[in-house]
Design a protein around this ligand. Structure first.
Ligand code: ZN
Ligand code: ZN
Length: 1022
C-alpha cells in the first residue's frame, strides 16, 4: 500500500521532515561513501562574505545552482569534495563592525585598539558563517559543513604571501605613485575592478561652476573653465586647450571654445595653439601651495568639445587624467586633502573641511573675487564606495601594484581554454583582460591580509613568502603573534636580507580578491609536501573548521576545477583574481567551465534594497513557500537574463506542481484500490511486453525522451531547459496518458498502473536535483515505502538511464495530440462547449494518427472520426490590399472580383494565379472554408473539419453528460471517497431514464431516485 497523499502538498512541512530524515539516516554521508571510488568531479566554491546574519535570496540562488549540479554529478557516481567557503576579511567585515561599535573613522578604530577590533571582526565572521550555514542547510544544499575554508586562516594568508613573493621575484611588483579613486570614509584607495561592482555608479547632483582664470600677459582677458568638483580648484595647476580647436574672445574678455558656443559673436578667433604658454592667476593663489605654482595654459588632445567650455581645469593631485597629463608636462602635484578627504592645514581657512563641506565656501570665495561666472547644478553618474556609499574622490598615493603588461597574453590564452555559459560572459572576461590596468593590491585598512612587504631604507624590498621564513628572519615579537594579522604582525621586525638592518612591515593590507583568488591553491594543498590533518584550520580559522591541508598529489587530482559558478559580476572579481593568480603560479586557467548568471531583481524588476522594503530573506521564503519552490524559480531562469524573484511567481509554480502532485495522488489512490505493488526492476527495463497497448508504449517512450532531455540540459548547465522539459512531460502524462486511460484505472488495470508508476518515478528522479525535498518525499511514498529492494533515498538510486525512445511512436502521438488541439479549436470556432457530443470529425493530412481514431473520438466527444480529404470545403482568397494596392493600382478591383468569385488557381509553391497575375503567398490571404454546418481549422499540413450540427439526440446526450459532471462535482464537495457508492436523486426528466445505466456507471450510483433537486448521498453498504 502507498501512503495516502493530502489534497495539496505542504512544502515547508515536507521539507522539514525530509531534512530530519536525511540527518537521521546519514543520507549524504552514504552518498559520498557510495561515490568514493568514482571518477572525480571538481567544483570549487566561491566564498560567500561572512558578514550577513541571515541568508539572502540572491545568495540562495547561487547556492541552489551549485547544489543542483553537485547532486546531479553525485547521482552519476562522481566523487566530489563538497567544500564550502567563507570570505572573512576586508571592508565588508570592517565596515559592519565599525557600524556595530559606532566607530566613524580610522582614527576611532585605532583608538579602540586594533587587537580588539580584529577580535570583533572575527566574531562577526563566526556569527555570520553559522547563520549562513543554517540557511544553506535549510535550502537543501549538501556540503561538507564543518570542513569549510575561511579565507582568514593563516594557511590561506601564507599561500598569498608565497604568490606575492613570486610576483616580486619576477619583477612584477611595483610601488606606484599615482592618482587613484579614494573613499574618504574608508580612508583607502580602491582598485579598478572594485569600481565595476553593481551600485558603484549612481546618479548624483553636483555643483556646476564656470570660473574665470585672468591671463597675466593679457590684462582684461581670461580663460574660462568648467568644473563639477569645486574642492579641486585650490589644487589647480594648469588650464588645458586643444591645439587645433578654435577659441573665441568675447567682448568682455573671456576666452572659450567656439564649438561650445557656435551662436556667439566673438571679437577675435584663434586656434588653441595661440593660447598655449600664457600664464594666468590661479583661483586660490592666496591659499596654501597654490601661490607657488606657475599657472599656465597647456595643450591636451583629450580636451572635450562636447561639454564645459573647451578649456579644462587641471588639478594633478585630484584627478587621474590630470595626474598623467601633469607627468607629461612636468607639472607640480598639489594634494589638497588627507586620507579622510579633509583639507590639509596648509590650505588656511579650508583646513579640516571635507571636500563636500568646502564646496559652498569655495563658491562664495570665487564670487567675492569676481571670477565666478555661473554656479548651477549638474546631474551625472558618479562613482561611490561599493561598501559605504560615500562619493569617491581622487588622491595621489603610493599603492602596491602588480604589473599586468607581461601577464596579459597568458591570461588571454588561459581564458581561451575555459568553456563559458553563457558564452558572452567569456567574451566579457576577454574584454576585461585586454583593457584592465595594473592590479592595485594595497588597502590602507586593518582587518585584512597583511602584505608581507618590508622595504628597507637601503633600497632593498624584502618580501616574506611564508610563516617559517618570517620566524627565521624575525628580530623578535614572535611570542605575541596570535595570527598573521594586524596589529600582532606589525610588532615583528625582520632583518634586511641586503644590509642586515631591522625593517618594518608596511602598514597596508591586501585587496580581498587576493584572499578568494588563492583558494584553488590554498585549499587543495598546492606544493605542500605532506598532508596536514586540520592543517587549514590555522590562525583565525582555528576552531571554526576541521579542514585539512592536503598534499600536492591531491592538488594534482582536483585542479583545475571542472566547474565554478557565480554571478556575472564576478567576471572582474573572483573569476578574474583566480585566473590571475593561477596563471602566475601555473600558467593555466583554474577552471574548465564556468556557469555565470545575471542579477536578481524583485518581481517587478526593481533592484532589491532593504531601504525600499523589497528584499526577501531566505528563511522568510522557506517558511512561506518552501525551498523547493524557490529552487524551481531559480532554476527556471535562463542565466542570461535578470531573475525577477518574488512570491507572485512562486504561486504560479505551486500551481504547476499541483499537476504532478495530482497525478501521483491519482496513482496512489487507484493503485491502492487495485492492490498494485510496483516492482523496482521496472525502473531498469521498461515495463512493457509484446501485448502492451500503444498508449502504454507511448508513455514509456515519452518518459525516455524526457530523461534524455533532462540529461542533456544538465550536461549543458541549462537548468531552465530541464524545467521546460519536465513541465511538458508532466503535461503529457497527466493530460494525455491519464485522461485517456481513466477507464482502465477504474478497472484496476495492472499494466496501466505499472506504466504510470514507472513514468512518475522516472519523472521525479529527473527533477530531483532541482527539488530534492519533494523528490525524496515522493520516492519514499512511491518506491522506498513499497519496493523491498529499492534504495532508501532517491539520491542513492543513481541517475536514471534514458533508454531508447520509439521516435516514430512519439511522432504518432504528437500528431494525435495536434489533431485533438485542432479539434478543440474547431469546436471553439463553432462555439460548442466541450461536454456536447457531436457527430463527426474529418481529419485530412494525417500521416500516423489513423490508428488512434477512438482516442481522438473520445477526447473530442465525436461519434466518428474519418481520415480522408475534407469534402465540400471551398478555398477563399482576399487580396492583401496594403501590398497589392500600390502594386496593381487600377487593376486591383478586377483581381479582387476574380478572387471573390473563386476564379484563381493555387500553385504548388504557394503562389496564386488570378487574372493573369502571379501573386506571392504574402500578397493574398488564402483560407479554406468548411461546408455549411461544419467548422474547419488547420495548421501546417493537418486540417480537421468538425460537424457542429446538433439534433435532439445529441442535445439529450449533452444534458446527460452535464448531469454526470454535476454529480461528480457534488461527490467531491461532499468529500466522498472515489470508491464510495451513492444513491442519486435526479429531478424528474422522463427523457433521461433511457440513460440511467450509464449514469450509474459513471457516478458509482447504486440507485437513482427522482426528486425536486439533484442530490447525492452515500449508499449504505449491503
Ligand atoms: Zn567607503
Ligand atoms: Zn637594507
Amino acid at each position: 500500500m502507498f501512503r495516502a497523499l493530502p489534497r495539496v502538498p505542504d512544502h515547508p512541512a515536507i521539507e522539514l521532515e525530509i531534512l530530519g530524515w536525511w540527518e537521521e539516516n546519514a543520507t549524504f554521508e552514504k552518498l559520498r561513501e557510495q561515490n568514493r571510488g568514482g571518477p572525480v568531479w571538481s567544483f570549487v566554491d566561491g566564498p560567500v562574505t561572512a558578514n550577513r546574519m541571515v541568508l539572502g535570496v540572491h545568495t540562495a540562488w547561487g547556492r541552489t545552482l551549485k547544489d543542483v549540479f553537485q547532486r546531479y554529478k553525485a547521482l552519476r557516481g562522481y566523487h566530489q569534495r563538497y567544500q564550502n567557503g567563507f570570505d572573512c576579511q576586508g571592508l565588508w567585515i570592517e565596515v559592519g563592525v565599525e557600524r556595530e561599535l559606532g566607530l566613524n573613522s580610522k582614527r576611532e578604530i585605532e583608538e579602540y585598539g586594533l587587537a580588539e577590533f580584529a577580535r570583533r571582526c572575527r566574531e562577526v565572521v563566526v556569527r555570520s558563517s553559522t547563520a549562513l550555514t543554517e540557511g544553506s542547510i535549510r535550502l537543501g544544499q549538501w556540503m561538507n559543513w564543518g570542513s569549510d575554508y575561511f579565507t582568514f586562516s593563516d594557511t590561506n594568508i601564507e599561500y598569498i604571501w608565497r604568490f606575492l613573493k613570486l610576483v616580486n621575484e619576477r619583477g612584477w611588483l611595483d610601488l606606484g605613485h599615482r592618482s587613484t579613486e579614494w573613499c574618504p570614509r574608508c580612508g583607502t584607495s580602491l582598485s579598478q575592478h572594485e569600481l565595476t561592482q553593481a551600485g558603484v555608479y549612481q546618479e548624483r547632483t553636483d555643483p556646476s561652476l564656470y570660473v574665470r582664470f585672468p591671463l597675466r600677459e593679457r590684462p582684461g582677458e581670461s580663460v574660462v573653465v568648467w568644473t563639477t568638483t569645486p574642492w579641486t580648484l585650490p589644487a589647480n595647476v594648469a588650464a588645458a586647450v586643444k591645439l587645433d580647436a578654435e577659441y573665441g574672445l568675447r567682448e568682455n574678455g573671456e576666452w572659450v571654445a567656439v564649438a561650445r558656443y557656435p551662436d556667439e559673436a566673438f571679437v577675435r578667433r584663434v586656434p588653441g595653439a595661440e593660447l598655449v604658454g600664457l600664464h594666468y592667476e590661479g583661483p586660490f593663489d592666496d591659499l596654501g601651495p597654490g601661490g607657488e605654482v606657475d599657472h599656465q595654459v597647456i595643450p591636451w588632445d583629450e580636451v572635450s568639445l562636447e561639454e564645459g567650455t573647451g578649456i579644462v581645469h587641471i588639478a594633478t593631485g585630484a584627478g587621474q587624467e590630470d595626474f598623467e597629463l601633469g607627468r607629461l608636462h612636468g607639472l607640480p602635484v598639489l594634494s589638497p586633502v588627507d586620507e579622510a578627504g579633509r583639507f590639509y592645514d596648509s590650505y588656511g581657512w579650508l583646513h579640516g573641511l571635507s571636500t563636500a563641506e568646502a564646496a559652498d565656501q569655495i563658491v562664495g570665495q570665487l564670487a567675492e573675487k569676481g571670477v565666478l561666472l555661473e554656479a548651477g547644478v549638474y546631474l551625472h553618474r558618479y562613482p561611490h564606495c561599493w561598501r559605504c556609499d560615500t562619493p569617491l574622490i581622487w588622491r595621489v598615493t603610493d599603492d602596491w601594484l602588480i604589473s599586468v603588461a607581461d601577464l596579459r597574453p597568458s591570461l588571454l590564452d588561459a581564458n581561451a581554454t575555459v568553456a563559458w555559459t553563457p558564452a558572452y560572459m567569456g567574451k566579457r572576461m576577454d574584454d576585461w583582460l585586454r583593457n584592465m590596468g595594473d592590479w592595485n593590491i594595497s588597502r590602507r585598512r586593518y582587518y585584512g591580509l597583511p602584505l608581507p612587504f618590508y622595504p628597507c631604507s637601503c633600497g632593498y624590498l624584502n618580501v616574506i613568502g611564508s610563516r617559517a621564513e618570517l620566524e627565521e628572519r624575525a628580530l623578535g615579537g614572535l611570542e605575541q603573534l596570535e595570527e598573521l594579522r594586524r596589529p600582532w604582525i606589525d610588532a615583528v621586525l625582520i632583518r634586511c636580507a641586503d644590509c642586515g638592518e631591522p625593517v618594518e612591515r608596511i602598514a597596508e593590507v591586501g585587496d580581498v580578491w587576493l584572499d578568494a583568488g588563492i583558494v584553488p591553491f590554498s585549499t587543495l594543498g598546492w606544493e605542500n609536501p605532506q598532508p596536514v590533518p586540520q592543517g587549514y584550520a590555522t590562525g583565525a580559522a582555528k576552531g571554526l573548521t576541521d579542514a585539512d591541508l592536503p598534499d600536492h598529489a591531491y592538488w594534482e587530482r582536483w585542479f583545475p576545477a571542472d566547474w565554478v559558478s557565480e554571478m556575472r559580476e564576478q567576471i572582474r572579481l573572483w573569476f578574474y583574481s583566480q585566473l590571475f593568480m593561477s596563471v602566475v603560479l601555473t600558467g593555466r586557467a583554474p577552471f574548465r567551465s564556468v556557469l555565470g548568471y545575471e542579477k536578481m531583481l524583485d518581481e517587478r524588476g526593481r533592484e532589491m534594497h532593504s531601504s525600499w522594503g523589497n528584499t526577501i530573506d531566505a528563511p522568510d521564503a522557506f517558511a512561506r513557500i518552501g525551498a523547493d519552490i524557490m529552487r524551481w524559480q531559480f532554476c527556471a531562469q535562463p542565466p542570461d537574463r535578470n531573475l525577477l524573484f518574488g512570491y507572485g511567481p512562486a504561486k504560479e509554480i505551486k500551481k504547476k506542481l499541483l499537476t504532478l502532485w495530482n497525478s501521483v495522488r491519482f496513482l496512489v489512490d487507484y493503485g491502492n484500490i487495485g492492490s498494485f505493488t510496483p516492482s523496482f526492476a521496472d525502473l531498469d527495463a521498461p515495463p512493457l511486453d509484446d501485448g502492451s497497448r500503444p498508449l502504454d508504449r507511448w508513455l514509456v517512450s515519452r518518459t525516455q525522451k524526457y530523461l534524455a532531455e533532462a540529461t542533456q540540459a544538465l550536461e549543458d548547465q541549462l537548468t531552465h531547459k530541464l524545467i521546460e522539459s519536465f513541465e511538458a512531460f508532466v503535461d503529457d502524462l497527466s493530460n494525455w496518458y491519464i485522461r485517456r486511460s481513466r477507464g482502465r484505472f477504474w478497472d484496476g488495470d495492472a499494466a496501466a498502473l505499472r506504466v504510470l508508476w514507472h513514468a512518475l518515478v522516472q519523472g521525479i528522479r529527473g527533477i530531483a536535483p532541482v527539488m530534492p525535498f519533494l523528490a525524496e518525499h515522493l520516492w519514499q511514498i512511491l518506491v522506498a515505502g513499497v519496493c523491498e529492494d529499492a534504495p532508501e533515498s532517491v539520491f542513492l538510486a543513481g541517475w536514471p538511464a534514458a533508454g531508447d525512445p520509439d521516435e516514430a511512436l512519439l511522432e504518432e502521438i504528437g500528431e494525435v495530440r495536434a489533431i485533438v488541439a485542432l479539434g478543440h479549436r474547431a469546436r471553439g470556432a463553432g462555439a460548442i462547449k466541450l461536454r456536447q457530443p457531436l457527430r463527426a470529425l474529418v481529419v485530412e493530412g494525417a500521416v500516423r494518427a489513423a490508428g488512434h481514431a477512438d482516442e481522438i473520438a473520445g477526447e473530442l466527444r465525436v461519434k466518428s472520426v474519418a481520415f480522408e480529404p475534407i469534402a465540400g470545403a471551398t478555398v477563399s482568397a482576399r487580396p492583401n490590399l496594403k501590398m497589392l494596392g500600390p502594386k496593381l493600382g487600377a487593376a486591383l478591383p478586377r483581381l479582387r472580383e476574380a478572387l471573390a468569385e473563386g476564379r484563381f488557381e493555387r500553385l504548388p509553391d504557394g503562389r496564386v494565379r488570378a487574372e493573369g497575375h502571379e501573386l506571392q503567398p504574402e500578397e493574398v490571404f488564402v483560407e479554406r472554408v468548411a461546408p455549411d454546418g461544419w467548422t474547419l481549422s488547420e495548421e501546417g499540413a493537418l486540417s480537421v473539419a468538425l460537424d457542429v450540427r446538433l439534433d435532439p439526440e445529441l442535445e439529450l446526450e449533452g444534458r446527460v453528460i452535464d448531469l454526470v459532471h454535476a454529480v461528480n462535482t457534488l461527490r467531491k464537495e461532499q468529500g466522498l471517497e472515489i470508491t464510495d457508492r451513492i444513491v442519486l436523486t435526479v429531478p424528474d426528466g422522463g427523457d433521461l431514464r433511457r440513460f440511467e445505466d450509464w449514469i450509474k456507471a459513471e457516478t458509482l450510483a447504486v440507485e437513482i431516485e427522482h426528486g425536486p433537486e439533484l442530490a447525492v448521498r452515500k449508499a449504505h453498504s449491503l
